[in-house]
Design a protein around this ligand. Structure first.
Ligand code: ADP
Length: 223
């Protein structure tokens, strides 16, 4: 049975954490003039940090695992490598969370060797200290027990994947009602993503051909 410790993170918490992280950076007296968002998780925190620290320059770099939500990831790659000149700049590399740290290590090493900034520091809203291979220079929350943070910017994608995982795991069950799926979701992940997101994710699974909606039931097709 799927049981993943998950915390639903709200938009308000993201603003509060990004503001708190910006205060940590300010206190350090490090003054970045370019923020680099690690795509995709670092986008929102990076944009908020630019606002709180009044930084104009925001670029991004996509460092990615081929992975699914809440699953152990494989190899990390820089998806679209490109070159910019940053030798006069102080760079702040921003991500949402340092979990294994693999994608951040790759992004950091790429920037240091290809973009050659004058200085580079790393900031993340959260740092999972027991599993991370690196400690960010700045973080707002230290997480001591691994958990999946359901951030607001992956709510649709995560919900669809979580529902899919439930269906895959109970593959002998070929028909689900909405309330059965909702109950199982809550039981497996312990969170409530809201009706709009749950129905949107179900619609997506129908569009992808995994489910078919018929007489108020969801019939399992191909998985
Ligand atoms: P990092 O390189 O930041 O440690 P990983 O390589 O482990 O991160 O994962 C890459 C991305 O996957 C993270 O930036 C984040 O968007 C997402 N992610 C990883 N672990 C978690 C988690 N425990 N909760 C939510 N999102 C996560």
């Amino acid at each position: 049975m799927v049981k993943v410790p998950t915390k639903l993170v709200t938009w308000d918490e993201i603003v509060e954490w990004s503001m708190g992280l910006s205060e940590v950076i300010k206190r350090s007296e490090f003054k970045p003039d370019v923020v680099v968002a690690v795509s995709r998780g670092g986008y929102v925190p990076a944009r908020l940090i630019c606002d709180f620290l009044l930084v104009d320059n925001l670029v991004s770099l996509q460092s990615q695992h081929w992975t699914e939500a809440a699953k152990v990831a494989e190899k990390a790659i820089i998806k679209f490598p490109y070159k910019i000149e940053l030798s006069d700049h102080r760079v702040l590399l921003v991500d949402d969370i340092v979990d294994t740290g693999d994608t951040l290590i790759l992004a950091r090493d790429f920037i240091l060797s290809e973009w050659r900034p004058r200085e580079l520091k790393i900031a993340a809203l959260q740092w999972i200290s027991p599993v991370a291979k690196i400690k960010p220079d700045f973080y707002y929350i230290e997480v001591k027990d691994w958990i999946w943070f359901q951030y607001p910017w992956t709510r649709h994608e995560d919900t669809a994947q979580f529902i899919k995982r439930i269906i895959v795991e109970e593959k002998e069950k070929k028909e689900w009602t909405l309330s059965e799926l909702e109950a199982k979701f809550r039981d497996s992940y312990g969170i409530y993503v809201g009706d709009k997101y749950f129905k949107l994710a179900l619609r997506t699974l129908v569009e992808l051909g995994m489910l078919k909606e018929e007489n108020n039931k969801y019939l399992v097709r191909s998985l």
